[in-house]
Design a protein around this ligand. Structure first.
Ligand code: AR6
Length: 177
């Protein structure tokens, strides 16, 4: 199944898992994280708090992923991952690797949960300042490599604006369709 690209609001996606561009506290925030917690309702935060207490007292490390319910949203799970903060990884290449980890670990977790359909936002390209064209190439390459191993999975990239979708498509030269 080829990768799907669309413009819209990830909270409305009726897929098995949507991915949240969270922060290491996992307690919510702005951007897509805020939208997901608002749309899903308090159940998501309650589960995040339980995960923090039982498994992650120091928070979710950058590049790792955990899953919760999607609450009132049409998807089944929210996979919370933490993308790198651009300029805070030691080197640009280290940031690249952390972004790659965020995509790959989210996909692996979705698969372990039995999901075949996953929708991603453009992780790290908002508040975390990762250059969107550079992030696009990493996202595309990482998802394509995963799909080669697991062709039964269906992956969608959703963009909040036509402009960010256009940047993604230009950076990946349509190869991610
Ligand atoms: N649906 C799809 N994409 C969205 C939505 C939405 N409803 N809302 C925003 N985006 P950001 P980050 C896009 O800043 O850079 C939070 O406070 C947005 O246009 O949400 O990884 C967290 O708690 C952008 O292209 O995530 C962290 O502290 C993309 O989602 C921090 O921000 C990601 O932007 C994470 O920063």
């Amino acid at each position: 199944m080829p990768i799907q690209i669309k413009t819209g609001d990830i909270t409305q996606e009726a897929v098995c898992a949507i991915v949240n561009a969270a922060n290491s506290s996992c307690m919510g925030g702005g951007g897509v994280d805020g939208a997901i917690h608002r749309a899903g309702g308090p159940e998501i935060l309650e589960e995040c708090q339980r995960i923090r207490q039982e498994q992650l007292p120091d928070g979710l490390p950058t590049g790792q992923a955990v899953a919760t319910t999607a609450g009132r949203m049409p998807s089944r799970y929210v996979i919370h991952t933490v993308g790198p903060i651009w300029g805070r990884c030691g080197s640009e290449e280290a940031c690249d690797r952390l972004l790659e980890n965020a995509y790959r670990n989210s996909l692996s977790l979705a698969r372990r949960l039995g999901c075949r359909s996953v929708t991603f936002p453009a992780i790290s390209t908002g508040i975390y300042g990762f250059p969107p064209d550079r992030a696009a190439r990493i996202a595309c390459r990482t998802v394509r490599a995963f799909l080669q191993q697991h062709p039964e999975m269906e992956v969608t990239f959703i963009f909040h604006s036509e402009e960010s979708r256009r940047i993604f498509e230009k950076a990946t030269e349509e190869k991610c369709h």
